[in-house]
Design a protein around this ligand. Sequence first.
Ligand code: FAD
Length: 290
Amino acid sequence: MIPKFSLHEPDSIKEASSLLSELKGQARILAGGTELFLLAKLGLSSWQHLVSIRNVSELNRLELQRDRLRIGAAVTHRILERSSLVQEQFPLLAELEGQIANVRIRNVGTLGGNLAFAEPRADPATLLLAYGARVKVQNSKGERVLPLKDFFVDYYTTALALDEILTEIEVPRPHPHTTGAYLRVRLTERPAVSVACLLSCDGGGVKQVVLTLGGVSPKPLRLESVEAALQGKGLEEAARSIEGESTIAAEQCTPFEDLTMSAECKRHMVKVLVTRAFLEACNKAKAARL
Ligand SMILES: Cc1cc2nc3c(=O)[nH]c(=O)nc-3n(C[C@H](O)[C@H](O)[C@H](O)COP(=O)(O)OP(=O)(O)OC[C@H]3O[C@@H](n4cnc5c(N)ncnc54)[C@H](O)[C@@H]3O)c2cc1C
């Protein structure tokens, strides 16, 4: 059973920040509640106060501003999946959002809640890291902006202080000749391992490639040595070398075992998914003559 609590429903970030600062660690932010209430029912979390951010209109904005997609932290997975702006400008993000959980969870679960919960196997972080996303966080004293890589600290742990609200996720629009792929393997409701690949081309060659991995370490990570090995190669040559590179990447990573998969199986999946994601991106680049 969920213990009794007081519910606060501010309608601005300022009001929500003041409440969090007044309640000094006794309050938690409530977005969609899909994780929060699950933990409470399992007896793993309890709070005297919940500060709901559902009615805060500033946190529900979704817009493209000067080549950056700005996503308010309370925007739901379902809104992102169905947004024509996201579908046109960030198709991989729209596709990913459409794969999360089921429609009931997507209708209430928010992107901000997903990132703030910092579940190491969550989908959005893997792709948003590849895009080079940044997050804005705010408390009653002011705002700070962090690259997503510095937002995640450890398993279920972020750089957020107890009185800070994640307010916005800022995603830069990639180079125009960029394509990519997002692949994941899942045996239960949530993914076990995920890979994102963003490939920018320059007349048939690899101008830049970003590869990220989720589900193998406490926070998502970039495969910088594989990226460096592929950069500057022609597409055909890069495609021929990806299996070797992904084997090295799999050997170098140290996956954790969880209820879904053994560490060894995850390592194998890293090799398979990195290879497939890069080949899928190459095929899209060739089809679009990038
Ligand atoms: C059955 C099931 C299947 C799922 N499958 C997937 C899947 O396939 N892929 C995937 O990626 N995820 C999956 N999820 C996770 C799902 O996406 C998250 O539950 C959801 O996005 C969390 O958002 P929420 O708004 O419900 O967060 P809440 O439960 O409201 O909050 C989660 C945590 O974040 C904090 N928080 C929320 N918003 C903020 C904010 N703006 N600032 C600071 N702290 C904040 C809360 O205090 C709480 O600690 C699944 C979940 C369930 C229950």
